[in-house]
Write a protein that binds this ligand. Structure first.
Ligand code: ADP
Ligand code: GLC
Length: 479
């Protein structure tokens, strides 16, 4: 099949979170199954700052909402997958990938139309256009309006994957003109247009042939008001076109046996080397190492979704009553950062917060920590808990979304389970799970079993890419 994959971030070129990891690894897994897969993303200044130098690969010019857009096309490769980067410096050279300026909608409408124009440039007819999140939500609508009747797209079906329902790309109704969609108002959510706004994501949810999200549990959660972020009604109406397919992990990047970011590679057989990583991690952060002192780790975007604000109180209780250590890496909301700094100040040498984005340190925490903390309020899939399993670092998670699908509570008597799972989204829930973890650590044989259980789980893309393949076949056949 010919598959066009469009995303607003792709690792290692530009990344803010898990979307970039998935947008890099799923297309490669599909290509490995023999499909012709091509990727499209914006050429942010960040891509250049990260040291990547796209080769010039032509130019596209098109009209959008009365504007003449001229975009250079850059080309990079992810193994056998060609990546086209849409170069409009005015729109994409902003330091950050996302922003809140008034043309934020236009930036990604341009990406969406450019992806379709690139098919013309390459004289290519995709069977599937796989869209991701709100930034690409308008593609199905453009395909059905602007490009209706174009033979190249006559057999093209669309899939829209929801990586996070909370980010919806909402803009004022007057944006319609800039999007070149004034003549198609009737195809938008009518009630919302009347209220003065439109949503890129909801428009995609209405018009894409098939909807997916990144875990089976999140696929059912988002049909309820508690998790639906206002879109549960729309999703319930399309429930027969919505499936949850769990994300996979890229084992060439997140694998302790080959990880170049960590000082001591290890596997199940050489698990004792993990302790050396812990020692080096602590010392690199200026924290004294002590044998048998448990280390709890965090790597996260610091937004309310992730529940990091629940940690300081129970963690301070644990640090007071045991010789444990705590390390967190993340950036985001100032009040969450402030609460993590409070811990650092209160327990110098035993709690440490690194503010910022640091790829090598993220790997070193996965490898060096004893327990990885992910107390999310909601979690569409989550990748970090899967990385933790692979690194023999049992994750402590809340039972929600992809966390519920990938981590099972440790049962010492039976020797089953892969981590620590609590249900109530409050500090008491975290406190309970932390104590379960400390209890489990007292039995070193049981602990090793728990680590091995996690390391034995297959979270690779193999079978999961096949689920996407089956879905593409099914919708291709429907048209
Ligand atoms: P989300 O996409 O919601 O942030 P995921 O668990 O799916 O959550 O993916 C997060 C990805 O971003 C992981 O690869 C993680 O290592 C990375 N990440 C998050 N914050 C940082 C940070 N401060 N520094 C380095 N990597 C980070
Ligand atoms: C989003 C979600 C995260 C998911 C990632 C990739 O950022 O918050 O749970 O793993 O997308 O699908």
């Amino acid at each position: 099949m010919k598959i066009l994959f469009v995303a607003s971030e792709v690792a290692p070129f530009a990344k803010t979170g898990g979307l970039a990891d998935v947008a890099a690894s799923l297309p490669r897994a599909l290509a490995a199954l023999g499909h012709d897969v091509r990727l499209v993303m914006p050429l942010y200044d960040r891509v250049l700052d990260n040291g990547h130098q796209p080769r010039p690969a032509g130019q596209i010019t098109f009209e959008l909402g009365g504007r003449q857009i001229t975009a250079g096309v850059g080309r990079l490769d992810l193994e056998s997958v060609p990546v086209a980067l849409v170069d409009v410096p005015d729109l994409y050279h902003r330091g950050d990938l996302y922003g809140d300026e008034s043309d934020e909608g236009l930036r990604f409408a341009v990406l969406s139309v450019a992806a379709l124009e690139l098919c013309r440039l390459g004289d290519w007819s995709p069977d599937i256009i796989h869209c991701n999140d709100w930034q690409t939500g308008l593609i199905p609508l453009y395909l059905g309006t602007r490009y209706a009747g174009e033979r190249r797209f006559a057999a093209t079906s669309t899939v829209l994957t929801i990586h996070n329902l909370a980010y919806q790309g909402k803009f004022p109704s007057r944006t319609l003109g800039d999007l070149g969609l004034l003549g198609h108002r009737h195809l938008f959510h009518q009630e919302h247009l009347t209220q003065g706004w439109l949503g890129f994501l909801e428009t995609g949810l209405i018009h894409a042939d098939m909807l997916t999200t990144v875990s089976p549990t999140y696929a059912t959660e988002i049909l309820t008001p508690a998790y639906g972020a206002g879109l549960d009604g729309l999703l319930r109406r399309r429930a027969d076109h919505l499936v949850g397919i769990l994300n996979g992990i890229d084992e060439t990047v997140w694998n302790p046996a080959v990880d170049q970011h960590i000082p001591h590679q290890y596997s199940q057989k050489t698990l004792w080397r993990k302790e050396w990583n812990k020692r080096q991690l602590l010392e690199s952060l200026g924290m004294p190492y002590e044998e048998h002192a448990p280390l709890f780790g965090v790597v996260s975007r610091l937004v309310s979704q992730k529940g990091i604000g629940l940690l300081p109180w129970p963690i301070s209780g644990v640090l007071e009553s045991t010789n444990s250590r705590f390390v967190a890496l993340g950036s985001g909301e100032p009040d969450i950062e402030g609460r993590l700094r409070w811990l650092t100040d209160r327990f110098p040498g035993r709690a440490h917060f690194v503010s910022g984005y640091d790829e090598p340190l993220a790997h070193q925490i996965e490898a060096g920590a004893d327990v990885f903390l992910m107390p999310s309020q909601y979690e569409p899939s989550g990748l970090n808990q899967m990385y933790s399993l692979a690194y023999g670092t049992p994750p402590l998670v809340r039972k929600t979304g992809g966390l519920a699908d990938t981590v099972h509570h440790w049962q010492p008597a039976a020797g089953t389970g892969t981590g620590f799972v609590f249900e109530n989204f409050d500090e008491g829930g975290v406190w309970w799970a932390l104590n379960q973890a400390l209890e489990a650590m007292r039995d070193s044989t049981g602990w090793k079993r728990l680590q091995w259980n996690g390391m034995a789980v297959d979270n690779s893309w193999g079978a999961r890419a096949r689920e996407y393949e089956a879905l593409y076949m099914e919708i291709g056949g429907e048209r």
